[in-house]
Design a protein around this ligand. Structure first.
Ligand code: FES
Length: 149
Protein backbone atom coordinates (compact mmCIF):
# COMPACT_ATOMS: atom_id res chain seq x y z
CA UNK A 1 0.00 0.00 0.00
CA UNK A 2 1.37 3.40 -0.94
CA UNK A 3 1.39 6.36 1.44
CA UNK A 4 -1.28 8.04 -0.70
CA UNK A 5 -3.52 4.96 -0.50
CA UNK A 6 -2.96 4.75 3.25
CA UNK A 7 -3.99 8.38 3.78
CA UNK A 8 -7.00 7.95 1.48
CA UNK A 9 -8.13 4.86 3.41
CA UNK A 10 -7.51 6.53 6.78
CA UNK A 11 -9.68 9.50 5.80
CA UNK A 12 -12.38 7.20 4.43
CA UNK A 13 -12.31 5.32 7.74
CA UNK A 14 -12.83 8.58 9.61
CA UNK A 15 -15.77 9.43 7.38
CA UNK A 16 -17.34 6.03 7.78
CA UNK A 17 -17.40 6.22 11.57
CA UNK A 18 -18.37 9.87 11.71
CA UNK A 19 -21.98 10.28 12.61
CA UNK A 20 -21.75 13.48 14.61
CA UNK A 21 -19.14 15.21 12.51
CA UNK A 22 -16.60 15.41 15.29
CA UNK A 23 -14.00 13.16 13.71
CA UNK A 24 -14.33 14.67 10.27
CA UNK A 25 -12.27 17.67 11.33
CA UNK A 26 -9.24 15.49 12.08
CA UNK A 27 -8.85 14.71 8.39
CA UNK A 28 -9.10 18.22 7.08
CA UNK A 29 -6.40 20.82 6.57
CA UNK A 30 -6.34 24.00 8.63
CA UNK A 31 -8.86 26.54 7.39
CA UNK A 32 -7.50 30.07 6.89
CA UNK A 33 -9.81 33.01 6.23
CA UNK A 34 -9.37 36.77 6.14
CA UNK A 35 -12.82 37.65 7.49
CA UNK A 36 -14.69 40.89 6.84
CA UNK A 37 -12.87 43.81 8.45
CA UNK A 38 -15.05 46.41 10.12
CA UNK A 39 -14.46 49.46 12.30
CA UNK A 40 -14.21 47.66 15.63
CA UNK A 41 -13.43 44.12 14.61
CA UNK A 42 -13.70 41.29 12.15
CA UNK A 43 -16.74 39.29 11.14
CA UNK A 44 -16.53 35.67 10.13
CA UNK A 45 -19.36 33.23 9.45
CA UNK A 46 -20.50 30.09 11.22
CA UNK A 47 -20.53 28.47 7.80
CA UNK A 48 -16.75 29.08 7.57
CA UNK A 49 -16.44 26.14 10.00
CA UNK A 50 -18.53 23.73 7.94
CA UNK A 51 -16.79 20.82 6.25
CA UNK A 52 -18.43 18.85 3.45
CA UNK A 53 -17.11 15.43 2.52
CA UNK A 54 -19.50 13.70 0.18
CA UNK A 55 -22.78 13.24 2.03
CA UNK A 56 -21.20 13.95 5.42
CA UNK A 57 -21.08 17.33 7.07
CA UNK A 58 -19.04 18.31 10.07
CA UNK A 59 -17.27 21.27 11.59
CA UNK A 60 -13.69 22.38 11.87
CA UNK A 61 -12.92 22.70 15.56
CA UNK A 62 -11.02 25.90 14.76
CA UNK A 63 -10.19 28.29 11.96
CA UNK A 64 -7.43 30.84 11.69
CA UNK A 65 -8.16 34.45 10.76
CA UNK A 66 -5.17 35.97 9.01
CA UNK A 67 -5.09 39.29 7.18
CA UNK A 68 -2.92 42.36 6.63
CA UNK A 69 -4.46 44.36 9.48
CA UNK A 70 -3.31 41.89 12.13
CA UNK A 71 0.30 41.55 13.27
CA UNK A 72 -0.51 37.99 14.35
CA UNK A 73 -3.36 35.73 13.29
CA UNK A 74 -6.37 35.01 15.50
CA UNK A 75 -7.40 31.44 16.26
CA UNK A 76 -11.16 30.97 16.62
CA UNK A 77 -12.24 27.73 18.29
CA UNK A 78 -15.81 26.51 17.90
CA UNK A 79 -16.91 25.40 21.37
CA UNK A 80 -20.54 25.00 20.32
CA UNK A 81 -22.90 26.54 17.78
CA UNK A 82 -23.32 29.55 20.06
CA UNK A 83 -19.92 29.68 21.75
CA UNK A 84 -16.63 30.61 20.10
CA UNK A 85 -13.26 31.52 21.60
CA UNK A 86 -10.95 33.96 19.79
CA UNK A 87 -7.32 34.33 20.87
CA UNK A 88 -4.32 36.18 19.46
CA UNK A 89 -1.67 33.71 18.30
CA UNK A 90 1.21 35.60 19.88
CA UNK A 91 3.08 33.74 22.59
CA UNK A 92 3.16 35.74 25.81
CA UNK A 93 6.69 34.54 26.57
CA UNK A 94 8.71 36.17 23.79
CA UNK A 95 6.22 36.82 21.02
CA UNK A 96 6.62 33.82 18.72
CA UNK A 97 3.62 33.02 16.52
CA UNK A 98 1.81 30.00 17.89
CA UNK A 99 0.72 26.83 16.11
CA UNK A 100 -2.60 25.10 16.67
CA UNK A 101 -2.72 21.43 17.51
CA UNK A 102 -6.25 20.19 18.15
CA UNK A 103 -7.57 22.00 21.21
CA UNK A 104 -4.17 23.44 22.11
CA UNK A 105 -2.00 26.29 20.91
CA UNK A 106 1.70 25.51 21.11
CA UNK A 107 4.84 27.57 20.83
CA UNK A 108 7.67 26.04 18.84
CA UNK A 109 10.27 28.35 20.42
CA UNK A 110 10.31 27.11 24.02
CA UNK A 111 7.30 24.81 24.38
CA UNK A 112 4.62 26.94 26.03
CA UNK A 113 1.08 25.64 25.61
CA UNK A 114 -2.31 27.30 25.90
CA UNK A 115 -5.83 25.91 25.83
CA UNK A 116 -8.43 27.02 23.29
CA UNK A 117 -9.52 29.89 25.53
CA UNK A 118 -5.92 31.12 25.75
CA UNK A 119 -5.20 29.98 29.28
CA UNK A 120 -1.55 29.04 29.72
CA UNK A 121 -1.27 25.34 30.59
CA UNK A 122 2.49 24.89 30.23
CA UNK A 123 5.30 27.45 30.61
CA UNK A 124 7.67 29.14 30.34
CA UNK A 125 4.94 31.62 29.35
CA UNK A 126 3.60 33.13 32.54
CA UNK A 127 0.45 34.82 31.29
CA UNK A 128 -2.57 33.94 29.22
CA UNK A 129 -3.03 34.84 25.56
CA UNK A 130 -4.86 37.97 24.61
CA UNK A 131 -8.45 36.96 23.95
CA UNK A 132 -11.24 38.88 22.28
CA UNK A 133 -14.95 39.16 23.02
CA UNK A 134 -17.04 37.26 20.50
CA UNK A 135 -20.67 38.00 19.65
CA UNK A 136 -22.79 35.57 17.66
CA UNK A 137 -25.68 36.97 15.66
CA UNK A 138 -27.36 34.51 13.32
CA UNK A 139 -24.70 33.17 10.98
CA UNK A 140 -22.28 35.98 11.85
CA UNK A 141 -19.49 35.78 14.42
CA UNK A 142 -18.13 39.20 15.36
CA UNK A 143 -14.67 39.33 16.93
CA UNK A 144 -14.30 42.58 18.85
CA UNK A 145 -10.75 43.87 18.37
CA UNK A 146 -11.04 47.08 20.36
CA UNK A 147 -8.89 45.46 23.06
CA UNK A 148 -6.11 45.19 20.50
CA UNK A 149 -5.54 48.93 20.19
S1 FES B 1 8.41 32.49 22.83
FE1 FES B 1 6.85 31.05 23.20
S2 FES B 1 7.61 29.81 24.79
FE2 FES B 1 9.18 31.26 24.45
Amino acid sequence: MTRKDFLKNACNACLSVTLTGTLISSCTPTQYISGKIQKDGITILKTDFVIHKGKNQGYNSFIIVRNETLLYPICVHRISDADYAAVWMRCTHQGTELQVSGDMLQCAAHGSEFNKRGIVTNGPAGSNLRSFPVKVNGNEIFIDLRKLS
